[in-house]
Design a protein around this ligand. Structure first.
Ligand code: DI6
Ligand code: FE
Length: 404
């Protein structure tokens, strides 16, 4: 029973609160909101207070606003030409070795102005938001020098000023070796001595990420880079075990990383370390699908060790040109055996934790930010079941209805 006064009472729907990663269904629910924060969630019949404003959403299901905890939506040009080449038989790695791939995007991103990058990013952002995203992580990583990494992070921050979305920025300067360097160690030196300190000083990044892979940086190189980030007070994330097992995820977990991402080749040692240090596993079905990978992430092992599994778009112009987070929910179920409940937890409460936002985001309960979406569906499993389409009918950000 809730008998207090509140600013705004939302009702006319069933809700899943997603506390502790479970649906926690509330039928015929209501959500009381004050100053953009949830003050109560319960059955409408149990509300005996008074609200200054009432909104009846007219049916459907409410979930926490979706959180996309891994994206690269700021980039200079798309790579649809490489898609065509891959369809003709070229591999992702062959294209990269021939000067395409990430290097291609780095070239275009360095040439692009802030305005051009912003416009391109907005195109993806608006599609992700239209499909229910209310919080998005955005990585740099296509600048690969101080000027261009800061440009990307500035653009990412600008998105938050322009649109009703929370943006978390991540510095991914250790993504690839830029053309002006021939030695990975020397580039890591430059990142540790120049780029990371400047980005920390300018407070442009909420976290630091790297690409630990045979085609990118070794665990030893990444460790040095991540330790520098820790010294600067920045939280860690890591792309690890995507294409081979190098133990990057164990190393990052031991350094206290918020999340390790991809994980197709993660071993039991990696997973045990993630469990021990409370690191979230971020699963990225888009890249797995686009690159036609066959090695599946160790989903059952992650369950056995109680490692929270988040799901994200990995939206990027090369390996994951994804514009819908719900599509990732479907792919996680179809390709990796997630349950629809796990998929929804992956884009709400576990994604919040992967961003260090568990205190404020990802579940519907008193004290959390009032970010929620009302979907035109008859059961929550439909969010994973339908491929594409426009299912959401109302989107509330910080307590204000902001349908786009
Ligand atoms: N893993 C990925 O899937 C992306 N980056 C990374 O480290 C790929 C980025 C690209 O191909 O542009
Ligand atoms: Fe990525």
């Amino acid at each position: 029973m809730y008998s207090q006064r509140c600013q705004h009472l939302w009702h006319g729907f069933h809700a899943v609160t997603m506390e502790e990663g479970r649906y926690n269904t509330v039928e015929n629910a209501a959500i009381a909101v004050d100053n953009g924060v949830i003050s109560w969630v319960g059955r409408y019949a149990d509300f005996s207070g008074v609200a200054s404003e009432y909104t009846d959403l007219g049916g459907g299901w409410v979930t926490p606003g979706l959180i996309d905890c891994h994206s690269h939506i700021v980039f200079g040009a798309n790579r649809s030409r490489e898609f065509e080449l891959r369809l003709q038989g070229a591999s992702y790695e062959e294209i990269a070795r021939a000067g395409g791939g990430i290097a291609n995007t780095v070239k275009a991103t360095r040439q692009a102005s802030d305005t051009e990058l912003l416009q391109r990013a907005e195109s993806l952002l608006l599609d992700l938001m239209a499909d229910g995203v209310t919080t998005l992580e955005v990585k740099s990583g296509y600048g690969l020098d101080l000027e261009n990494e800061t440009k990307m992070l500035r653009v990412a921050r600008e998105l938050e000023k322009q649109w009703p979305v929370d943006i978390m920025t991540t510095c991914l300067a250790a993504h690839a070796l830029p053309p002006e360097f021939s030695d990975g160690d020397a580039y890591i030196d430059y990142l540790c001595e120049t780029v990371l300190p400047a980005i920390a000083e300018q407070q442009l990044a909420d976290a630091v990420d790297g690409f630990c892979e045979k085609i990118a940086f070794s665990p030893a190189q990444i460790k040095r880079y991540l330790q520098t980030a820790v010294g600067l007070g920045l939280p860690l994330k890591l792309h690890a075990e995507q294409l081979s097992a190098l133990g990057g995820s164990k190393m990052a977990a031991e350094l206290g990383a918020l999340s390790v991402d991809h994980l197709e080749y993660a071993t039991v040692e990696d997973v045990a370390a993630m469990a021990e240090y409370g690191t979230v596993a971020v699963i990225l079905p888009g890249a797995f699908y686009v690159l036609k990978e066959t090695q599946q992430p160790p989903v059952q092992l992650l369950r056995d060790y109680n490692v929270p599994m988040a799901l994200a778009s990995d939206a990027n112009p090369g390996s994951s040109p994804v514009r819908s987070l719900r599509l990732m929910m479907n792919m996680a179920c179809t390709l990796f055996g997630f349950t629809p409940e796990e998929a929804l937890a992956g884009v709400t409460c576990h994604a919040a934790r992967a961003l260090g936002l568990a205190e404020t985001h990802g579940i519907l309960t008193a004290g959390k930010q009032a970010d929620f979406v009302c979907w035109n569906i008859e059961s929550p499993a439909e969010l994973s079941y339908w491929l594409g389409g426009r299912l959401n009918k109302a989107r509330v950000k910080r307590g204000v209805r902001r349908d786009i």
